[in-house]
Design a protein around this ligand. Structure first.
Ligand code: HEC
Length: 150
């Protein structure tokens, strides 16, 4: 994999986020909608994961950017497994992905703040849309929970 030597600490993060922003802008432009309000077609949870999360988290914590991060991105199919009660912490996930309301023990690593990012990338100040995106991601994550292979 090609690595830029000068990239350190949060630089890869910004590189990734700008790439994502461009990608999303590109998508919006291709939409060809002439109406003033940009209508972005409603994505699925999986599509959102692929465009926003896979670069770090990959399929099992092994995305292409994983090596460059200070804190390794966890395997998101083992969230429930890692919890003491083995349950999927839906509400915690929602807040963790949103990130604007930072919770104890989170948000000190390289995990981007998606609540704010979705506002920008989706070109919306509509809180409802942001909530919807996060909801879809949480539902998708819940659907991919598994037990580790022995
Ligand atoms: C720039 C790399 C990067 C991207 C992109 C990224 N994450 Fe993360 N994520 C991390 C890192 C690093 C951690 C662990 C450190 C931390 O908690 O801050 C993490 C932790 C998490 C956790 C906590 C898991 C647990 O068991 O507590 C969840 C949930 C999560 N990410 C979801 C997502 C979702 C959903 C997306 C896409 C919207 C995403 N991440 C995109 C790097 C990333």
């Amino acid at each position: 994999m090609k690595k830029t030597i000068s990239l350190q600490t949060s630089a890869p993060l910004w590189a990734a986020l700008s790439a994502l922003a461009l990608f999303v802008l590109g998508l919006a432009a291709c939409g060809g909608s002439s109406s003033k309000a940009v209508t972005v077609e409603k994505p699925t949870g999986k599509a959102l994961y692929v465009s926003y999360c896979e670069i770090c988290h990959g399929e099992h914590g092994d995305g292409p950017m994983a090596d460059m991060l200070k804190v390794a991105p966890p395997d998101l199919t083992l969230i429930s497994y890692r919890r003491e009660d083995g349950k999927f912490p839906e509400e915690q996930m929602r807040r963790m992905i949103d990130g604007r309301d930072s919770i104890e023990g989170h948000g000190h690593g390289d995990m981007p703040v998606w609540g704010a990012t979705f506002h920008v990338s989706e070109g919306t100040d509509n809180e409802q849309v942001v909530k919807e995106r996060i909801d879809m991601l949480v539902k998708y994550l819940e659907s991919i929970q598994r037990l580790p292979e022995k």
